[in-house]
Design a protein around this ligand. Structure first.
Ligand code: SF4
Length: 342
C-alpha cells in the first residue's frame, strides 16, 4: 500500500483512539483542576463506531492503534472493543496506555481479547506522592496491575513517567531500576505545556540532557540506540547491562518531523496534532450513514494537507506560558489532553 503522506511527507501511520475522557486519577500535569467539563455521554462513540473508524484509518495506513483515555479501563467492557479491533486484519499492532489502577482486574481478559502491548503510567514509587500529586489513594493497585500484566503474558511492558522538577526528579534512577527488575522499559516524558497542563512552567521541565546525566552518574555510560526509520516518539538508550530506556523530549528536542500520529477523541473528533486547535468531526458523517469510502476520502484529503508541528512551534516561542487558561479549556473540553488521549 502506498503510504498516505501529509504536506511534510509524514505518513498516516498510527492512531491514538480515546475511548473516554473520564479518569480516576488527577495527575498534576494533566488534570490539576478541581472541576472539568465532560463530553456528553450520548456523544461518545459506541464500540462498533470506534472499531469502524479505526478500521478506516488502518485501511489508509494507520495500522498501529493505541487505546487511550482519560483512563480507558473506566470504559465498561473494554475487552469487547479490543476483540473487535484485534479481529480486523488491517490493524497490525494494538496497544493500551493505562494508569494501572484497574489493570490487575482486566489484564487477562484484555490479553485474551487480543491486546498486544501495555504501557502503564507510573510517575512515582511513593504512595504518599501519588496521593498528593494525583489524588490517587490506590498506588498499590497500580503496582499490582503491572505485575498482573506481566503474569498475563504481556511482554515489552513499558512504564511512562512524566518528570517534573520538585515532584519526582529524585526518582529517575529508582524508577529505572524498578522497571529493569521487572524486565519492563522505562520511558521518561518531558513535562509538556499541552492543553490541561494549567500548572505548567518552563522551570518545572527536567530536560532530556539532565535525565541522561542523572542516569549516567549512577549507571555509567549510556549509549543512544540508532533506530533509523522509527517513528516512535521515544528516543531509546542502552546501559552497559543491555537494558534500555527511552526519553520523549517533546519540549527540548521535539520530533514533529517524524510524527505519523493522530488522535480521535471518544466523541469522534479527529486531531492531527496534540497541540492542534481545530478537530474534524467524524461522528456526524458516521452517524449520517457515510460509507467507509466517504470517510476515507475525507481523512485522505485532510491528512494530505496536514503541516502541524505543534511542539516545534512551541519550542520557538520565547516566553512560554500555558497553552490554554482554565476558561479556554472549559469553553472546549476537546482542548484537554485527557480528552485527546495524550
Ligand atoms: S506536537 Fe503534534 S506534530 Fe509534533 S509530535 Fe506531537 S502530535 Fe506530532
Amino acid at each position: 500500500m502506498t503510504p498516505l503522506l501529509d504536506a511534510l511527507g509524514r505518513p498516516l501511520g498510527s492512531l491514538r483512539l480515546s475511548v473516554t475522557d473520564r479518569c480516576n486519577m488527577r495527575c498534576g500535569y494533566c488534570m490539576p483542576e478541581a472541576e472539568y467539563t465532560w463530553l456528553p455521554r450520548a456523544s461518545l462513540l459506541t464500540f462498533e463506531e470506534l472499531a469502524r473508524l479505526a478500521g478506516v484509518f488502518a485501511g489508509l495506513g494507520a495500522a498501529r492503534v493505541r487505546l487511550t483515555g482519560g483512563e480507558p479501563l473506566l470504559r465498561h467492557d473494554l475487552p469487547t472493543l479490543v476483540s473487535l479491533l484485534a479481529g480486523d486484519a488491517r490493524i497490525r499492532d494494538l496497544a493500551l496506555t493505562t494508569n494501572g489502577v484497574l489493570l490487575a482486574r482486566h489484564a487477562r481478559a484484555l490479553r485474551d481479547a487480543g491486546l498486544r502491548r501495555v504501557t502503564v503510567s507510573l510517575d512515582t514509587l511513593r504512595p504518599e506522592r501519588s496521593l498528593a500529586f494525583a489524588r490517587n489513594p490506590r498506588h498499590a493497585e497500580v503496582l499490582r496491575g503491572i505485575d498482573e500484566a506481566a503474569a498475563a503474558g504481556f511482554t515489552g511492558l513499558k512504564l511512562n513517567a512524566v518528570v517534573i522538577r520538585g515532584f519526582n526528579d529524585d526518582e529517575i534512577v529508582p524508577l529505572l531500576d524498578y522497571a529493569r527488575a521487572l524486565g519492563a522499559e522505562m520511558r521518561y516524558i518531558e513535562y509538556m505545556d499541552v492543553g490541561g497542563a494549567t500548572q505548567w512552567s518552563a522551570g518545572a521541565v527536567v530536560p532530556r540532557r539532565e535525565i541522561l546525566e542523572v542516569i549516567a552518574r549512577r549507571h555509567g555510560a549510556v549509549t543512544p540506540l540508532a533506530e533509523p526509520g522509527s517513528r516512535a516518539p521515544a528516543e531509546r538508550f542502552q546501559l552497559a547491562d543491555g537494558s534500555c530506556f527511552g526519553i520523549i523530549a517533546s519540549v527540548t528536542a521535539p520530533f514533529c518531523r517524524t510524527c505519523d500520529r493522530s488522535r480521535v477523541t471518544a466523541d469522534g473528533t479527529w486531531f492531527r496534532c496534540l497541540y492542534g486547535e481545530d478537530g474534524i468531526d467524524l461522528r456526524e458523517p458516521l452517524r449520517q450513514g457515510a460509507s467507509d469510502e466517504e470517510l476515507s476520502a475525507r481523512i485522505r484529503s485532510v491528512w494530505s494537507g496536514r503541516d502541524d508541528r505543534g511542539a516545534e512551534v512551541r519550542a520557538t516561542l520565547g516566553a512560554r506560558a500555558v497553552l490554554y487558561p482554565v476558561e479556554g479549556l472549559r469553553a472546549d473540553p476537546r482542548r484537554e489532553m485527557h480528552t485527546r488521549g495524550g
